[in-house]
Unconditional design. Sequence first.
Lengths: 256, 434
Amino acid sequence: MLKISNLQARVESKEILRGINLEIKPGEVHAIMGPNGSGKSTLASVLAGREDYEVTGGTVEFNGKDLLELAPEERAAEGIFLAFQYPVEIPGVTTINFLKTAINQIRKYHEKDPLDAAQFLKLMKDKAKSVKIDDQLLRRSLNEGFSGGEKKRNEIFQMAMLEPSLGILDETDSGLDIDALKIVADGVNQLRSKDRSFIVVTHYQRLLDYIVPDFVHVLYKGKIVKSGTKELALELEEKGYDWIKAEADALEASMV
Amino acid sequence: MSFPNIQAQYEAEFENIQKNLNGKSDSSFNKIRRSAFEKYKSLGLPSVKNEDWKYSNLKGLEKISVSFPKASNFDSSIFKSLPLSDLEGISLCFVNGIFQTELSHIEESSKIKVMSLDQALEQNPEIIEKYYGKSLDLEKESVSALNVALASTGSVIIIPDNSTLDQAVIIKNISDVNSGDISNNIHNLIVIGKNAEVKVVEIFQTVGEHAAISNLVTEIFVDEDARADYYKIQDENDKSYHLGTTQVIQAAKSYFYAATVTINGGFVRNNLNLVLDGEHIESHMFGLYIPNGKQHIDNHTLVDHRKPNCESNELYKGVLMDSSNGVFNGKIFVREDAQKTNAYQNCRNVITSDNASMNSKPQLEIWADDVKCSHGTTTGKLNDEAIFYMQSRGIPKPEAIRLQLVAFAEDVVSQIKIEKLRDMLDVLIENKLT
């Protein structure tokens, strides 16, 4: 479904991704871990098409298409969803209105007729129930004045509405207490299916207790330096990142 | 003289009016006109050296050859298809200053008296005597002085004491500039009696591609306990000039609520001056301007708090596109007597192009010591992160921008209390922001 080959990216003159290779098959959940500044969030942003980053090399193939050629909205229409670390507040635009526009734009992209008001409301009610989000929240301006937990829950709700084939969670656990974390993880688990894959970007192992990954990758200095199964995350929890850094730095030194 | 060509045209028109008075040159009305014209002549049209006109240069007027409209026949069908023409209420429609019976709707009612300026001069000269030009400071305002001298058209609306009007009163001024440039001098008087209530809508539109110069003065007298809503809607072509002053005198315990929405206009100057001349007065002012191309929209507001225990509140918002200019000057004047004044002002602007500009200036002059006043002004671009957020949900960039701009404008439109007008404006705004 997703094939990242030797992906390199920079912001201004700073190299952040220095050759990422990663392949994700339908239904798989991949966790991307790593110390601060390793490039985890950059990878999530580059996949979603954020303009601040310049891709300087490599390819990303998504369901047979060259992802890097597509505008962010086209990537969304093709099935990529980024749950933001810091969801943006948009005054005056309700979540309902926002999602109605989004869904119908995506339908337009696929040359389908727009949903009418009744169809949309039914869909919204069903999904709101499934991810346990309050209707009232959806009638307010998007994310405006929401608590941290409400914002993240709203991200998962949006994901449920847009039904992407690849969900990218960018440090969704940051700023959440354990109860909010469980609710968000619950929402994600409900969306897991044999056709839908996830990239879970996180600094801590904690989220992976609730969203159990098939694979764990450790990113350091813009490269994946170690891959494994969920046990790798537990090892990182126990031993920290230093041993991985030391291994990676030694390897890099030997190659120079 | 800063603008010799246009000023010569105005002088010629004034002579023309004087010649055609048929023995009425000694009437008190003509004396008012003469005196106003003398004041205008001594001041001249304001140049950018005048602080109040620093950002709004009238030099473009020099290129216009105006004709002052005379009675003529119009094909009214084209006016019926203009936006906002379906708005219901008691309506007076003027095309090039000439009253159009067929496009107007006036009902006999004890709750309202509606006349054209000409009719009022014939039938109720005492009203003209009492109110015409009385709220204005012609010693300083040459554009208003010119209006008082030349006004050839206008509406006089009287709401008697204790009458509550459910229908809106609509004054529509259409400039038909299909066959040449037109100059209109419009003077409206709106007198709202004690404990009376009314909603007034002023609409300015053009048909055709030539220039229209509209010099508007609307004087509104809001008596004790009266409640007035005043909506000024402008949708004129890019060559048009609108020089407008709305002067409001509020008596004790009255309520005044204004929204000025400028959809289109080549050069627009709106003065909105409120005099709070009594205690326990409440005043609200909202404004929205969304210029594109080379449009220039200037809003000057003044709130003069003269007495204690009053509250004024103001919100102006602008979306400036292409190479357009916006100006906002908001003055709050709190006199020594006006203790316990609450006065709030906010001006917020979004600029969508590097070539657009906004000059925004709050001016607070406070002489009383026990007051609450605040003001704020912001001008910025749309948040890139918000646009990316919307794109990442499948919304193309132009649509993401449009959604945000429409939401930004909605803050002002939602303040309008006539639902149908609100809906019509939403359509015009959404179309323009596309």
